[in-house]
Design a protein around this ligand. Sequence first.
Ligand code: MTE
Length: 324
Amino acid sequence: MLIRVRRPGDIDPREITDEGLYLRRREFLRSAALAGGAAAFAAAGAPTASRAARLAPGDLAALTGLVPSPFSTDESPNSFEDVTSYNNFYEFGTDKEDPARHAHTLVTDPWSVSIRGEVERPGEIALEDLLKPHALEERVYRLRCVEAWSMVIPWVGIPLGDILRRFEPTSHAKYVAFRTLYKPSQMRGQRRRVLDWPYREGLRIDEAMNPLTILAVGLYGRVLPSQNGAPLRLIVPWKYGFKSIKSIVSIELTRRRPATSWNVSAPREYGFYANVNPEVDHPRWSQKRERRIGEFRRRPTLPFNGYAESVADLYAGMNLRKNF
Ligand code: MTE
């Protein structure tokens, strides 16, 4: 984002490489084990090689009993390979291929999430207990990166609002603040001060409670690959992708608007709201069009990434140029 000097419009579909997908078998099995609380797992396909294997869907444990969602788009999803080899996850490096190459060092089991702040029932909860009461839904969403590329991704997740309600937000809860794991020994990108680690994001409480907002634990019917933010990440499909924070360890409900990583790093370039808006350009490039990964021609970017019908009301009366 800030670091790459090349213009986002220059991204060529051929740049999507599949190198470096070196998840080892133990990581696959760990990933599989951790999500077991949410749903019964089908047996994972056996990885074909222990090293230097290209990640294939069959390498990851299958999530079963998925409920389809009326919120899914019927647009064709990007390939599993696109989704898992072209990533932004600066904790593992700033090149698009870095997360696939390096994220296998992330230990995702055991994993727990701290839920605190303005809730009646705060606590540190093991991931499997967090997920256990919920059905897993498949949500095929458009993802629009602020860098002007986009994909369609079949996520598996749970509405964030359903999870938050269990912890009983108080009437003072106005915002939700999220934090990624900080562990430079596992996340090599954190050894450089590219951002003020840990990565932080935030939503207004009504945005968090909107039924489109999910916490994802999988994609393509499988547990989440590490490069996509295993074992738990946020998905807010009407906002630029940087709001969809990966590998979450902390969720805090707050009275005040929380500081968020990209907004702190470059406030003139990345707003707190970050709603997809073709009318408000990034200071260094246009947001009017986007390149769907795998397509040659750019397509127009839609207000709220095409989800205006479900979310435009949240911003009634707000100046979206000022609150960008
Ligand atoms: N979360 C963390 N912790 N670190 C990151 O660098 N990058 C963001 C977001 N979440 C990022 C993150 C950006 S800029 C985008 S576009 C999406 O993740 C990309 O998600 P994907 O790699 O699964 O497509």
